[in-house]
Every structure is written in C-alpha cells, then in structure tokens.
Design a protein around this ligand. Sequence first.
Ligand SMILES: [Zn+2]
Length: 540
Amino acid sequence: MTTTSALTDTPAQPSRQVRRAGARRAAPTRLTPEAQNRRLTQAILDTASAKAAAAAKAAALAKAQLAEAEVQAWLKDMDARLTVIFAHPEENLGQIEEQLARSVKEPLRLLAQRAAQVKANAVACRCPECRGQLTQQRWLSRTIHSRFGPLTLWRRYGFCPHCGEWHFPADYALGLGRKAPASPYVQEISALLVSKMPAEQAVLVAERLGLDLSRCGLHQEAHRQGLKAEQWRSQFVGQLDTWEQIQLVASAAAEGPPTQPFTLVIEIDAWDIRERDNWGKTKELRAAGQKLDRWHWVYMATVFRLDHRGQTAGNRAVITQRGYAATRLGLEALSAQLYREALARGLCQAQLVLVIADGALWIWNLAKDRFPDARQQLDLYHAEEHLWAIAHDLYGNGTPEAQAWVAPLLQQIRDDQTVAVIAALTELKPRLLEAQHKKVQTQIEYFEHNAQRMKYKEGLDARKACEEGKATEEQKQLAKRPVGSGAIESACRQYQCRFKRTGQFWTTAGDEALMCLETLWRNGRWQELYPHAKSSATLN
Ligand SMILES: [Zn+2]
C-alpha cells in the first residue's frame, strides 16, 4: 500500500459563527490600518496558495487507495469498538452491526472521494455539448453529499468560445448536475424515500439506515428528482410524435421469443387530491365571489397482459408485470402516458385489448379515441352497485325486501340480460314518487349507456366450468379475464396511501413530480434515471 497523502480530508468544518468567534479572539486589539491591510493581504495570499496546493495535489492523484496509516487507524478503531461490545454482555449482534458500519464509514468516505477525484482527473477538459477544447482552464472544488458523508472534489473547468458557456466536464462524467448538492446515490435514495413517505419520516428512516439526509434538504432533493423524472417521461411519451416512431416503439415491444396470443387489459379510474392553490388568499377570494375548489382529479390507468396475471399459493391474484400511468395534469396527459405504456406492453401484438372501468363518460371517450378496436367492459361490481342503490332506496338499507327485489335483477345482469333489467326498472316508474322516479330514471340511463359494455355471461360460465373441471381450452382462457376493475382500484388506493394522508395539502408541481417518480419506480424504469441502481442489482 502506498502512502497517498490525504486530499482535503478535513473532518466537518466548524460552523461559520464558531470561525468568526475564533477570528475575533485571535485578532490583536490594536493594529494600524497599514498593518491591518498587510495582514488581510497575507491571509488572502495564504488561502490562495493553500487552495492551489490542494488543487495540485488533487490533480496529481492517479490511484484511489488508503494509506497504510489510515488502514491501521481504521483497524484500531474497529478493534476498540468491538472490545467495548465484548465487555458488555447485554450488547447483541445489533450493536456489532451498528458499530462496524460506523467504523467503516470514514475509510469508505476517503476512498469514494479519491476514486471520484481519479475519475474527474481522467475527464478531458472539453465542452460536453460541442466537444470543443475549453479555454481559460482553472480548478474549483465542490463538496458533494454522498452515501458515506461529504466528499470534496477538485474539477478542471473552462470556457467554450463556441457555445459561450463555462463548463465543468467532470461533473457530467460523475453524474452530478450543475447544481446538485447530492451524489447520484443520495439523489436516488431521496427520490425513493420521499415518493414513499413524507419527508420528515424519510429523514428518520434514512438515519436508521446510516444516511444523514437532513443535510441535503431531502424534500427539495426529492422534488428536483421528480422534475428530472418528469423530463424523462415527456421524452419517453414524446417518442410518439410521428407514425414512424410509433412503429418503432411497437416493434420494440415485439422483440424476444414469440409468445402465445394474449389479451391486453387496460383499466382506468380517477381519485381526487387536495392542493393548496391560492393558499392564504381564501378570505380575499371568497369575498370576491370566487368559488374555491381545492380538490382536483388525479387520473390513473394500469395496463397488463392477461398471461402475466397469476395466483399466489393463497389464491390471491397477482400481476407479475404491469404498467401504470398517473397524472394531475389532465386527461390529455393521461391519454398520452397510457398509450405509450400500452405500446411498450404489447398493444400492437395483443389478440384482444380489453378496457375495463366504471361508467364514467370520460373513460369511454378516451378508450374510443386511443384504443378504437378495444373491447369495452363495464366493471361488474359498479353495475351491481347501481341496482343495490335502487333497492335500498325503495325498500330500505339492508332489508330482506331489498334483497328479494334485487336478486333476480343481479342474476339478469350476470346473464347479459341488460334489456330485461332496463324493462323492469321502466315498469317501476309509474308507481313511484317524483323523487324516486328521478333516481330510477338516472339508473335506467346508466344501464342504457353501458348496455353494450355489459357482457359477463361467457366469462362467468367459463369460471363455473373451470370450478367443475369441465372447461374447454377456450373456456380456461376466458375464465382468466377479469370482470371488474379491481386492479386499477387497488392501484389508486396504493397511491392514495402516500398522496392522500390526513392533513396533507399539495401543489400541482409538487404532487406531479413525486407521482412521476412513484410511477417510474412501479413501471420498472427506475434505472433510466439512476443507472447505478441497475448495476447494483446485477452485480450482487
Ligand atoms: Zn461548446
């Protein structure tokens, strides 16, 4: 092991107040103005030469290693920690894990800092945009918050006369943005944690995992990552601007060994989120006669192949691969995201595309627009709920009379006899009071609008045949088709666990950014933003 002297391996700097207080104490009480000037000049010169020395040392670094003395200090530290643990019979493996992790952190920090420096030194000082040689080259240090603590790096930078801009080429090579205070790993973990839980909890969880994220402004970092994810998403969705591009994306989905004919299922729904638009202006706006609506729609969809849907040992339905789209930016945005996701998951290869949803008109309009050849199906349970609503209204909540009235109608729905259901409801009307009359009329219209989407018999018969062991091959396939939109409903609930907590208010920019991260994660595209995440999964 060679003795590579430390770069700027200073431990955490004392705070500014402490430094100022120190300077005040050190300053002699009375100095002539000339002496003061000389002193100041000397101090500036000293700082400059210290910086130049540090930069030169950094620039000369060609290997990332620990010095023999550093290794010895680390081993000694580890030994001391273990000795304390062995002296205390009540301390268990948890304490051993904790102490060893702490002990190794500083050597890892030093190694990471030196490795990053070596990497930075190897980067040619060229413009990352036009590849031209940068002029007026200089060195500047930058401190990055990393997995192992703060790392100070020196990077060469220069001016590109062609682009008219100053560039730090090493920053790009290291995966650091222009202003990112955090390393790619810390960026990723901030994004992951805050998209799963509120930032104040995330800081505490991270701390237990050995990461001090309070220093990188966890919430802001996650927001920055969310914006990056949105940028990535708009490029991804924007790949469909021309017909040629659509063809290209569609054929990419067909790569790999040929598969059996499959059904692609698309489920769509929405839920509402509370935002703090016009925060603090409530009184003012109300007085001006403006209606304040803080609840806004989040549109969501999920898409999966039926042959990717299976059952656990406990008979629970699981979908092994599925795509999601989720947005606060309106129907157009949802439509584009969903279409892109569907293309990537076999829209053009599917034998049948099945869109399942509740009766909302916007959903069927979207389906007609984007998936004109798809088969549309009304969620069976929503249809049943509409009948139950009438039953409860006519005969009282949960009464045997309500049950008796609704039972044959529920069966008719399952037997594809929507026409009979509509006839039965129409027959009711002359005997009803005006208020009930209106309600029943609304439900009649609901069934009339959706009659074409209410074909359940074939699938339900197939399920029965499977249970009885008499199913044909075709029925075995049919039985796998969902009759309800449970997959999207559970997805909505999962998003709401993060985005609809008690007392939570969002801004559109804030919720969209985090939702974008969450969706990227769920869609299995996390490594698009964090390439290191992929390598760690495969290298282990
Ligand atoms: Zn340039």
